[in-house]
Design a binder for this molecule. Structure first.
Ligand SMILES: Nc1nc2c(c(=O)[nH]1)N[C@H]1C(S)=C(S)[C@@H](COP(=O)(O)O)O[C@H]1N2
Ligand SMILES: [Mo]
Length: 422
């Protein structure tokens, strides 16, 4: 279907062209594909020789032709790779699930490698019974499965003062969306018995950074999970093996990896990650604290700077992702003329609470330059703002929580560039 012949010769090619034209009226012709026809008429190595037997690769990997599909870092962003970040290659993915090997990594003291037999999760503080769980203990509580996005609050943080990084992997790739299997945090807290004065929870990681965050008890008892599986298999070491906290819809920093301790207290701890980091400095010098919920956001992943249009004018598919920390995404709008006219995109795939949504917009490209934007609406009625609207409220001193509308400029060649127009 992707190969449409120009139809110089009559017979089959002309028929194919005709058939396509009637079955899908919007399609126009592509370029003749003379050079590529050898793959049809000549025997190839892969159909004249036997392939690999089973077990050549006991744990499977993507095709060798997909080697460019990988997490990438931006070296100048951080001083050292152990307290650093890499980015999910959003422009290479489709659907809503992030494959485990491509989920971006953010750690403050490197990846801990923990033997699950040596791991313990402790609950202490304002509880009736201080408890210590082994991984085996955790497996004996009822478990649940949920798909959630995790977005670092710093995602798009480099774009506050203007367009900077050329690719949605770098502008928007501090996000992943996977299915978690875990025990409800509520179940474990009930096992310990939270005292009436217990209003806050401190979650602590077992890695070298010993990362901690304060979480209000209301959220802890609502939808948080203590998760040990992602997309069906054990968490990857990078994602907190053997166990991490899942804090749906809230900033990634709170999703403590290598979770070793939960302390119940009567007030927030005001540790490093919720004071000097992960607060938003406003124009007047005051800072917003505890900005936990991730606002609705979207981005066009294709085309984008790392994934230009290569097919010239004609039928063109735009696709992207949208999400909200407050619910689902009932609607995404797309513009190809920089916001003069908006079209409702088609959402395809599951629409789950606090999970990524996949949208598509198909159109006939006339080969002229385009200004592409997407705009998410969430189930609370909130509409994703432009970057100018966001800066009006927040100034330009922020790093975190930049959910402004992204623009890609497409030129006549189909090349895409990160620009800002609104
Ligand atoms: N123990 C521990 N948990 C942690 C971190 C860390 O450095 N150590 N980084 C946090 C931050 S800032 C983010 S954005 C997410 C990233 O999760 P990921 O590495 O699975 O993408 O984990 C959070 N949990
Ligand atoms: Mo983060």
């Amino acid at each position: 279907m992707s190969v449409i012949f120009k139809g110089k010769k009559p017979s089959r090619r002309a028929f194919m062209k005709g058939a396509l034209a009637t079955s899908a009226g919007a399609l126009s012709t592509g370029a003749a594909l003379a050079a590529g026809e050898k793959v049809i008429t000549e025997v190839q190595p892969w159909n004249s020789e036997l392939g690999d037997g089973v077990d050549v690769m006991p744990y499977g990997k993507p095709s060798e032709f997909e080697e460019h599909v990988k997490r990438r870092t931006v070296e100048w962003l951080t001083a050292d790779p152990v307290s650093s970040i890499n980015f999910t290659p959003l422009h290479e993915l489709d659907g809503i699930i992030t494959p485990n090997g491509l989920a971006f990594e953010r750690h403050h003291g490197g990846t801990a490698h923990i033997d699950p037999k040596e791991h313990r999760l402790m609950i202490n503080g304002l509880v009736d019974r201080q408890l210590v769980f082994t991984m085996e203990d955790l497996m004996r509580f009822p478990r649940e499965n949920h798909v959630y996005f995790l977005e670092c609050a710093a995602n798009s943080g480099m774009e506050w003062r203007g367009a900077q990084l050329n690719g949605c992997q770098f502008t928007h790739g501090m996000i992943h969306n996977v299915m978690y299997t875990g025990v409800k945090l509520r179940t474990l807290l009930e096992e310990a018995g939270v005292k009436p004065s217990g209003k806050w929870l401190l979650a602590e990681g077992a890695d070298a950074s010993g990362m901690t965050r304060s979480i209000p008890m209301e959220k802890a008892l609502d939808d948080c999970l203590v998760a040990f599986k992602m997309n069906g298999e054990a968490l990857r070491p990078e994602q907190g093996y053997p166990v991490r906290l899942v804090v749906p819809g809230w900033e990634g920093n709170m999703w403590v990896k290598w979770l070793r301790r939960l302390e119940v207290g009567d007030q927030p701890w005001h540790h490093r990650e919720e004071t000097s980091k992960y607060t938003d400095l406003l124009e007047n010098g005051k800072a917003r604290r505890f900005t936990w919920e991730m606002d609705a956001k979207s981005v066009i992943t294709n085309p984008s700077p790392q994934a230009p249009l290569t097919h010239k004018k004609g039928p063109t598919v735009i696709t992207g992702l949208a999400w909200s920390g407050r619910g689902t995404i009932p609607r995404v709008d797309v513009t190809i003329d920089g916001g003069i006219t908006w079209h409702q995109a088609r959402i395809s795939g599951p629409s789950l609470d606090k999970s990524m949504h996949r949208f598509y917009f198909e159109f006939d490209w006339d080969g002229k330059p385009l200004l592409l934007q997407s705009r998410a609406h969430d189930s609370t009625g909130y509409v994703q703002p432009t970057k100018d609207q966001l800066r009006k409220h927040r100034g330009v001193n922020s790093i975190y929580h930049n959910n402004g509308i992204q623009t890609w400029a497409i030129d006549e060649e189909g090349k895409a560039e990160n620009v800002e127009i609104s």
